[in-house]
Design a protein around this ligand. Structure first.
Ligand SMILES: Nc1ncnc2c1ncn2[C@@H]1O[C@H](COP(=O)(O)OP(=O)(O)OP(=O)(O)O)[C@@H](O)[C@H]1O
Ligand SMILES: [Mg+2]
Length: 267
């Protein structure tokens, strides 16, 4: 493959993806005919009403769930041995029996990286997010915001081809969330990872994303794409700009309709 081809090829290519779950009442079509291309180094946010199939889609991209129809491909990178993806979930998926530093180094340990090297990488990331002091602590000894930082840097320490994040800041209080949004922006500016990021917060989607994809109420279909043409680097101040509010209003106009539709379906 030539370099030119590699640049043009999307990092994630999902084509007409559907997911049907068998249930006691028959079946649930969770995702329907959903297509998405994500370029190398792009930050794509997905929003949609609760239950529309966002997590299902992300799990299929991660290979954690089977695809009922369609296809998903994540392009391998130039470096062999790199994991194709790392996932960060809303709930702190860290091991309670491992120390903070061993949690961060976990992915590297799984890949057989030497202890010295993996602790060096883990220390680098702990330092980046102000957790160096807590390296030897266990998860129950640190706060929720710290645990979520650990989850995020564990994924980054893995250096995956793509980072898949499902409401990673959803469980945090508003202030911690803002601080971590800023951290994510800073880290992303440096690493330029390919990211698919699910959130319920439109502020977060517009602040972080190059594009915001709106999924319809169940079954989750592609409803709209918004290109967020706000300059980078962005910071929390970006939220105060006039165009930010325009993007948010534009997305909310369409999303609110879907949220109402989803609520009617549940009645
Ligand atoms: N394992 C499963 N078996 C049966 N149905 C499922 C399963 N997992 C999810 N579903 C259904 O698929 C649909 C999509 O669920 P999913 O969790 O992907 O939604 P979501 O958009 O992530 O919602 P939220 O915003 O609340 O997290 C829902 O109707 C859900 O009930
Ligand atoms: Mg979900």
């Amino acid at each position: 493959m030539t370099r030119a081809n590699a640049v043009a090829m999307p990092k994630i290519l999902a084509r007409n993806v559907s997911k049907i779950y068998p249930t006691i009442d028959g079946e649930t079509v969770a995702v329907k005919d959903f297509s998405l291309e994500v370029a190398d180094g792009e930050f794509v946010c997905i929003v949609g009403p609760s239950g529309c199939g966002k997590s299902t889609f992300l799990r299929m991209v991660a290979g954690l769930d089977d695809i009922s129809a369609g296809s998903i491909r994540v392009s391998p990178g130039d470096e062999p041995g790199k994991p194709s993806n790392s996932v960060v979930f809303q709930e702190y998926a860290i091991f309670p029996w491992k120390t903070v530093i061993d949690n961060v180094a976990f992915g590297l340990e799984m890949r057989g990286v030497s202890r010295t090297k993996r602790l060096e990488v883990a220390r680098y990331w702990l330092d980046r997010v102000g957790l160096a002091k807590f390296a030897g602590y266990y998860p129950h000894q640190i706060s929720g915001g710290m645990k979520q930082r650990v989850s995020i840097i564990r994924a980054l320490a893995n250096d995956p081809e793509v980072l898949l994040m499902d409401e990673p800041l959803g469980a945090l209080d508003a202030q911690t969330r803002v601080v971590l949004q800023e951290e994510l922006l800073r880290i992303w500016e440096e690493t330029r990872k390919t990211v698919v990021y699910i959130t319920h917060s439109l502020d977060e989607a517009v602040l972080l994303g190059d594009r915001v994809i709106l999924m319809s109420a169940q079954p989750g279909q592609h409803l709209a794409t918004f290109n967020i043409d706000l300059p980078r680097p962005r910071s929390i101040e970006t939220i105060n700009g006039p165009r930010f509010a325009e993007y948010r209003a534009m997305i909310w106009e369409k999303l609110s309709h879907e949220v109402r539709r989803a609520m009617e379906q549940q009645q």
